[in-house]
Each structure stands twice: as C-alpha cells, then as structure tokens.
Write a protein that binds this ligand. Structure first.
Ligand SMILES: [Zn+2]
Length: 312
C-alpha cells in the first residue's frame, strides 16, 4: 500500500481513509484464505460503477458529537441517528445506495443485559402464506401491506421505461434513479411492516411456533408475488430469531415434513383430501370439526411446537 501510494497512477489513494484501505487489504486477505480453504470462490473485483458503494473503517476517532459523527479523513458529518448507542463503537460502514443516499451503519459492542425485555407470556402458532402474510391459531389473518401491490406495479412500469432509454444517456440515468427509489420504497415498506409484526409477536408471547422455512411454498411458482414473499420470510425469521432472544421467547421451528394442513387439529386424524391447496375449508370426516385451512395448520404448528418444547 505504501508503495502504491507513491506511484503516480495511484496518487488518489492518498485521498482515501488509510484505515479503510488497510481494512480492504485485510478483507482481501480473508477472501484469499477462504478461497484456498475452498470455502469460497475466487475473489472478485468490486466495480467502481456499481450503484451501491460501501467502505468499512475502524478507528477510535469514530464518535458521535451531538448531531455530528466524526469519521477518519472525512471529519465531522451531520447525520440523523436512528437509535441511541449504548456501547463501544467497533467499526463503521459507509454506504451510498442506488438512489444516491448515504448511510452509516455502526457495529457496536453492547451489553445484552441492557436490552433485555419481558414478554407477556402468550402462546402462538403461525402459518405463513402467499396471499396473506400469515394466519395464527386464533384465526387472525395478517395481510401483506396493501401499498406493496401498487408499488410493485409502479416498479414494473418504471423498469419498462428504463429499458427503452438510450444507453449512457442522461435520461437513462434519471430513470435509473427513479427505479432505484421505487425499489427503496418497497424495501422500506416491507421492512417497517416486518419489524412491527415481529416486535408484536415477541412482546406478546412466550412461545412462538413457526414452520421451518420453504419447501411447501417453493413448490408453487407465482413469480413476483413469490419473489416478494420469499425475501420477506427470510427477513421475518431473521428478526424473529434475534428479537426472541431480547424478549426471552422460545421460538420453535416445526419440521416442514409434519403435515400441518392435513391433520385435524381437534382429533388428530389425517385428511389427505386437503393436500389440494384449493381446499380452503373442510370438515373432518372423523370428528366432524369444521376447519379453516390456515387456522387449522397454525393450531397444529403450535401443538407440535409445544410437544417439542415439553420433550426437550
Ligand atoms: Zn377431527
């Protein structure tokens, strides 16, 4: 690095945060180590032309002073702090996203005990779906945010427009930013919705029963709707996992091979006719109980989870 910095073609390196440069070298080293250990593929170049750009820096200089944050080489930057920081700042990642906004993510070491909360002790089983976001064992249906559908339509429209623009023209760049903004809105809407759902679930319940992800839903291909819900589910379970630790909940994953939608939650007998996804409600041929497909599945998921919990 020292040699490169003296090289006339690389003088621009002196303009960058030196700690971030060292960090990049270290990351490169890790990438090669992983490649040699056959953990990962050969390291790829990071494109200068990517619309999302990031760098990571570690320094004792990084600190918050009122409305400002101090960054190596950059100095004081005014910023909007999304949450209070309680611990020691380990590193900072600075990101410029596709629509041109800048973000800073701080990795902070904090005492978990400071963040622990109490839950209200309930028990809930949830069955995730395509049309609805999920149905619980009480028969409550949580829908996907309605605005997502409208934004998705808008995204398709703007993407079509982008594809008609001349390459490397100014209008194309303008349109690219427009597309990026719609993408951003979709991501933010989804994230906000997921956070509200997962916080509510963890705050209210001691036991949260879910089906371990996928398989069932991957069998059906609904393209866009599926793509959106796929991303959502991954993030939903990720949030549930870490929030359940904060709230002290038992998050129990029921194996997917358990036939939750074919079993009568009242008498336990199996009804293979409900394998057909079109069957939304059914009457148990053995005990006569009337079932809503998803509510029944959620009931079974909860029962199975409690079984797993008690046998552990
Ligand atoms: Zn039955």
């Amino acid at each position: 690095m020292t040699q490169l910095k003296r090289d006339i073609d690389h003088l621009w390196l002196n303009e960058a945060d030196s700690i971030a440069l060292q960090q990049s070298l270290r990351d490169l080293d890790t990438a090669y180590q992983n490649f040699f250990k056959r953990k990962n593929g050969y390291p790829k170049y990071k494109s200068k032309h990517n619309h999302k750009q990031t760098y990571r820096t570690i320094s004792k200089i990084i600190r918050i002073e009122g409305k400002y944050i101090n960054l190596p080489k950059v100095g004081l930057v005014e910023f909007r702090q999304s949450r209070q920081i309680k611990g020691k700042i380990i590193n900072a990642t600075i990101t410029k996203n596709a629509s041109g906004k800048y973000f800073i993510s701080l990795c902070v070491e904090e005492d978990l005990a400071d963040d622990l909360k109490l839950n209200q002790g309930g028990e809930i089983g949830i069955d995730v779906g395509l049309k609805e976001f999920y149905t619980d064992n009480f028969g409550n249906v949580v829908l996907n945010p309605k605005i997502l559908k409208r934004l998705t339509k808008k995204l398709i429209k703007e993407q079509k427009r982008l594809s008609r623009r001349m390459r490397e023209s100014r209008n194309r760049e303008k349109q690219r930013v427009k597309v990026a903004i719609v993408h951003e809105k979709i991501a933010n809407t989804r994230l906000d919705f997921l956070h509200k759902q997962t916080t509510k679930l963890c705050r209210e319940n001691q036991t949260i029963a879910v089906e371990s992800l996928r398989v069932k839903n991957l069998l059906k291909n609904h393209k866009l709707a599926r793509a959106i819900s796929d991303v959502s589910w991954g993030e939903f379970f990720r949030q549930l996992s870490y929030k359940s630790i904060l709230y002290g909940c038992d998050l129990i994953k029921v194996p997917t091979f358990y036939p939750s939608s074919q079993t009568c939650s009242q008498c336990g007998s199996k009804n293979p006719l409900t394998k057909d996804l079109k069957v939304r409600s059914w009457k148990c041929p053995k005990c006569g109980a009337l079932h809503d497909r998803d509510e029944n599945a959620a009931k079974n998921i909860l029962a199975k989870a409690l079984e797993i919990k008690n046998s552990a």
